[in-house]
Ligand binder design. Structure first.
Ligand SMILES: *Cc1c(COP(=O)(O)O)cnc(C)c1O
Length: 393
């Protein structure tokens, strides 16, 4: 094995329209952003409620920085567990109707840390085919028998669970699938896990803050208890507009993570001011339900507009509305055309989604107006007229 072919591998990726480029963002995340000097209407962030740039969230961040400084300075188990971290954990637990919650620095780290603290080589993990990369990586790293069931297919899961002789069985699913926008069939998964004495873990990165009466996400939407969903994970960098993640569940689960979760133990705590800002996001989410209502209005307006234009959307009622394109190069060409029209929608390509299922992943934020949606639809209409393509069958 040599490293001589690095450039060759990169060149091949370019030829297949799979090369990834970073752009430089020169504004806060919001409905309108400045990217590489150009103003764009933004339909690509996960700031679903428009809280990343909310004045009260920013104010809390500043006040906490004045009081607690910037860096966490140490891990939680040494002396980096500050007042704001602790309060946020208590508030998140109450919000989710769980016994306890534990903060992690990112959703990626939470997923790696939880699965590895719970499972070893005598155990098995069952994952939806479309689960987020961090869940898949967590499962692979754990050394447990790793099995993927067909997307949202409870019979496929049943097959695998019935044959398993593992000591601990953990069923793991995205609650809202990140590249498709649909919601997992959680009540059926709860039943299946119970039948087989398995635990269910859900990753509610895209539901938390957006779904449910109070915004507590999919467990609130389906009224799922701690017994039914023993491991609940949510992220704070999306609808909450800040950064980090948490896991919520029983006292025994949280103590297990504190003792054994390596991505919790061996890392510096998130900056305390981030925790303080997140506490304010949580208050806004609980008290101001209008953001969720407005988001739903934008989504339904967009869906009916796409129908009029003959655009194929995946079946989703969430803020993630993927416009299916198919070929990677076409998705990139349409995305580039949209940018030239002042609208940002990023193309999502393999390996994030299967080959030839490239899509424009449109995401909405409560910061958008109905006029913004009209502008998006007009740009999409122009772009697909100019760049002809065949829908994937
Ligand atoms: C974004 C995301 C994560 C990762 O969360 P970060 O806090 O960004 O690391 C995990 N799971 C899902 C489903 C996600 O969409």
């Amino acid at each position: 094995m040599s490293f001589d072919n690095l450039q060759q591998v990169l060149d091949q990726r370019k030829q297949r329209s799979l090369y990834r480029h970073r752009q430089v963002l020169q504004s806060p995340q919001s409905a309108k952003i400045i990217v590489d000097g150009k103003a764009l209407l933004n339909f690509s962030s996960n700031d679903y409620l428009g809280l990343a740039n909310h004045p009260r969230v920013i104010e809390s961040f500043k006040l906490a920085a004045d009081e607690y400084g910037v860096g966490g300075g140490a891990s939680h188990l040494v002396n980096g567990h500050s007042h704001h971290h602790h309060q946020l954990e208590l508030e998140l637990a109450e919000f989710c109707n769980r016994s306890r919650a534990l903060l992690f620095c990112s959703g990626y780290m939470a997923n790696i840390g939880v699965i590895n603290a719970l499972l070893g080589k005598n155990d098995a993990v069952f994952q939806d085919k479309l689960n987020h990369a961090s869940l898949l990586d967590g499962g692979l790293l754990s050394g447990a028998k790793f099995q993927r069931y067909l997307h949202n297919d409870v019979d496929s899961l049943e097959n695998k669970l019935a044959r398993s002789t593992a000591e601990r069985k953990l069923v793991v699913t995205d609650a809202v699938f990140s590249m498709d926008g649909n919601i997992a069939n959680l009540p059926a998964l709860v039943d299946k896990a119970e039948q087989h004495n398995a635990w269910l873990m859900i990753d509610d990165a895209h539901g938390f803050g957006c779904l449910g009466e109070q915004g507590a996400g999919c467990t609130e939407l389906y009224q799922l208890t701690e017994q039914q969903v023993p491991v609940l994970m949510g992220t704070l960098g999306k609808a909450f507009g800040t950064a980090g993640a948490f896991v919520a569940g029983s006292d025994a689960l949280i103590e297990t993570l504190i003792q054994f979760s390596r991505t919790y133990i061996y890392t510096t705590s998130m900056p305390p001011a981030i925790a303080a800002a997140t506490r304010t996001s949580l208050q806004l989410i609980q008290k101001e339900g209008w953001r969720r209502e407005h988001l739903q209005l934008l989504i339904s307006r967009f869906k009916s507009g796409c129908q009029e234009l003959g655009l194929v959307l995946l079946p989703s009622d969430t803020a993630i509305q993927p416009v299916m394109i198919g070929a990677e190069h076409t998705a990139v060409a349409i995305s580039d055309k949209l940018a030239s029209l002042g609208v940002q929608v990023k193309a999502i390509r393999t390996p994030t989604v299967p080959l030839n299922q490239a899509r424009l992943r449109v995401t909405f934020s409560a910061a958008h107006s109905l006029v913004d949606v009209q502008q998006l639809l007009a740009a999409l209409s122009t772009a697909v007229k100019e760049i002809k393509f065949e829908y994937p069958s």
